[in-house]
Each structure stands twice: as C-alpha cells, then as structure tokens.
Design a protein around this ligand. Structure first.
Ligand code: ZN
Length: 293
C-alpha cells in the first residue's frame, strides 16, 4: 500500500496518526492574496496570527524596501521566501546578461528582507533555438556563475522544479531529479537548495526517491492542490484538500528527508480564491493547514 493511503479526514479532524501541525510553521505566500498590497497582506496576517510570509518582488517594490522591512518587523513576520529570480535561459548573450543582472538585484532584495531563500525559476526553452539540452546546460552554467554573488549576500537560491507543462515558458527544471543533478554539479550546498512545490511535482513517479536524495537541500516546501477540473494550468490552483494531491504524504516525505521549515501556502487562483475576501481566505488556509496538510 503506498504511503499516505491510510489518511482519512473525519469531520474535518486530522486522523492520520499525526499530531496537530505546528502553527508556527505555517507561511502564506502572498500570491494567495494576489489582489492585495503587501501592506494589506501583512495586516491581514497580523489579524489571524500567521507567522511567516513569502513575498513577491513586484509587491515588495510597490511598497518600498524600507517600509516593507518596518512592516515585517512590526508584525514579527518571518520571510520564508522571496519570489522570484531566474529566467536566465536566453540564447542571446545580451539578453542573458540583463537577466543575470536582474537575478543579482533579486538576490539583493532577498538579503534585504532576510528571506529564507530566493525562489529560483530557471527559464524556458527559446523558440529561436528549440534545444532543450543546450538550454539546460546554459542555465546550469549561469547558476554556477551566480553562486559567488549569492554566497556573498548569504542568500540561498532555491531551485524550484516546475511542472513540465510550463517547460516552454518558465522552467527547464521539471523534476526534483533534475534539480538534484544540478545541485550535484554545482557542489554549492551552502547556498543552493531545492524548493519543493506540491503542485509542480506531485505527478512524478520518482518523487519519493528524489526527495530522499534531496535531503537537506530542501529549503522550501510550497503547498496547494491540483483540481481535477482545473481550468487554467498556471492560475487555477486549488486550496489544500480540494484536489487530487496527497499533501500529507508529500509533507511526510520532505520531513523524513530532513526538512523542518515552513509549509508555505501558494495558491494562484484567478477563478476562485483571488476573488474572495482576504480574511476568509486566511481563515480557510488555517483550517485546511490542520486538516489537509
Ligand atoms: Zn512554488
């Protein structure tokens, strides 16, 4: 019997042999409340006692770094991650140089808010060369080039494998296996880790093996669900418990591998959750954190 199939929810209560999850390890990725400013998200989190946030750079810049730092400090929020840096796969040298500079600015931002990691999204395949092998090799070389900068800034690059459906546009790192291969090649364990996102990797037949192989490399754990009737492959993620992913099972895998950090709720949902009231979304996130994570 595969691990996790003994999980059952009875009357919304956890009934899988686990204790209540530590509320201190809940983090909210602000994309879950996409329409809100950073100021509004931080205030809402304060009202509900959510202790950690993952920040998007555009929202951070809208707010301004100095003000953001003050806000985070006044609410005592930990920053589990900054989203995101990367998109460094261009075959054009000039474009690549620009993209690399942008990643360095993202590293600076991550350092400024003391983010647990900079979520790193490699970039897609360019129609000008249609060469996925060369693209992966190029991107890996460029990550290696960024390592000294990240190390000097004391910022962990969290390589985030993304679902192969967005390999063309977002990331040629489609599995934890590829991320592990990159980590092996980079040999920079102090500054390069892996961000495991349930929505991106749940389908992978090698998931358990590769999570075990990742071990202490895991620097972030992102959670949301895959809706069986999904309408949009990127922007229709589900709330934990509403879809087909056995999230408690994957959580136990990352924890068995040695990860003990935040469980970050990251729900891109143009169809549903972005239209809901922020307080209601957070209330449900907190409830599902205990019943479906
Ligand atoms: Zn993610």
């Amino acid at each position: 019997m595969p691990a996790g199939t003994d999980d059952r929810m009875i009357g919304g209560l956890r009934h899988n042999g686990d204790d209540m999850l530590d509320a201190k390890l809940l983090s909210l990725n602000q994309v879950t409340l996409m329409p809100c400013s950073l100021e509004d998200v931080v205030a809402a989190m304060g009202r509900h006692g959510v202790p950690a946030i993952s920040i998007w750079r555009d929202k951070l810049h809208e707010c301004g770094l100095a003000k953001a730092r003050k806000l985070l400090e006044s609410e005592g929020l930990a920053v589990s991650g900054l989203c995101f840096g990367g998109l460094i796969t261009s075959p054009d040298a000039g474009e690549a140089a620009k993209a690399m500079d942008e990643v360095r600015r993202a590293i600076d931002d991550a350092a400024a808010v003391e983010a647990g990691c900079l979520v790193f999204v490699a970039g897609g395949v360019d129609p000008r060369d249609k060469d996925i092998r060369a693209t992966r090799a190029r991107a890996l070389d460029r990550v290696a080039e960024l390592v000294p900068y990240a190390r000097a800034a004391k910022v962990t690059l969290g390589l985030e494998p993304l679902h192969p459906m967005i390999c063309a546009t977002r990331s040629v790192v489609s599995t934890i296996g590829i991320a592990n291969d990159w980590c092996d090649a980079l040999a920079a364990e102090d500054v390069v880790g892996i961000a495991v996102d349930t929505y991106a990797v749940w389908w992978d037949p090698d998931l358990e093996t590769e999570i075990r192989r990742a071990g202490k490399r895991i620097c972030a754990f992102h959670i949301s669900d895959w809706l069986p009737d999904t309408q949009d492959l990127r922007l229709d993620r589900g709330m934990m418990g509403d879809g087909v992913i056995d999230i408690p099972c994957i959580r136990r895998m990352v924890e068995a591998a040695g990860y003990a950090g935040h469980r970050e709720v990251e729900i891109f949902s143009a169809r549903n959750w972005w239209k809901q009231d922020a307080d209601e979304v957070i209330r449900i996130v907190k409830e599902r954190y205990q019943t479906a994570v």
